[in-house]
Write a protein that binds this ligand. Structure first.
Ligand SMILES: CC(C)(COP(=O)(O)OP(=O)(O)OC[C@H]1O[C@@H](n2cnc3c(N)ncnc32)[C@H](O)[C@@H]1OP(=O)(O)O)[C@@H](O)C(=O)NCCC(=O)NCCS
Length: 146
């Protein structure tokens, strides 16, 4: 059975492990810092008790940002990422969020296609933003609260 639940700091090892095995975005220290930020919610996508996806969602007034979004490699291309994204979009509507932002490397074609499918549009570029020298595309999805 698929479910989504909030993850708290005691499950930081799970987050760090999924991150290390996928996009290697943050160290454990950076994960700890992320959990402490005001307005942060970490959501886990589970099959039974197994966490197969994680998303870090940051609400700032009437806007929100996705700081991390990963589905375990073994479970990709099966609709799980879409399930998690649809959950976030519903959450945004409930919270009356008007804009949802994220950053993605211009080399990450899979993620770009995924986000485009949810009508995120590119609104800015941060040159040489990532450690590998790639640019970050700043993407935005406008939301209506109706
Ligand atoms: C991006 C990611 C979250 C997508 O998760 P997923 O569970 O595989 O996505 P879904 O199965 O719901 O796919 C939804 C759509 O995304 C696109 N997509 C997903 N994987 C794709 C691939 N390998 N190639 C091209 N398009 C792809 C397709 O449009 C797909 O729709 P379709 O099945 O109708 O063609 C997943 O690939 C991932 O975790 N990637 C590594 C982490 C990452 O890059 N995160 C983003 C960093 S900001």
């Amino acid at each position: 059975m698929i479910s989504i639940r909030e993850i708290n700091e005691k499950d930081i090892d799970l987050c760090y492990e999924l991150d290390s095995n996928s996009i290697s975005l943050w160290s454990k220290k950076q994960w700890a810092k992320e959990f402490k930020k005001k307005g942060i919610k970490v959501f886990g996508l589970l099959i039974s008790n197994l966490v197969i996806g994680i998303c870090v969602f940051h609400v700032i007034l009437d806007e929100a940002q996705i700081n991390f979004f990963v589905v375990d490699e073994k479970y990709r291309e099966k609709g799980f990422g879409s399930h998690l994204m649809n959950y976030l979009i519903k959450k945004c509507k409930k919270l009356k969020i008007t804009k949802l932002f994220l950053e993605v490397s211009h080399t990450n074609i899979t993620a770009e296609r995924f986000y485009n499918r949810f009508n995120f549009s590119t609104v800015g570029i941060r040159k040489n933003y990532y450690r590998d020298g790639s640019d970050a595309l700043l993407k935005e999805k406008k939301l209506t609260t109706k």
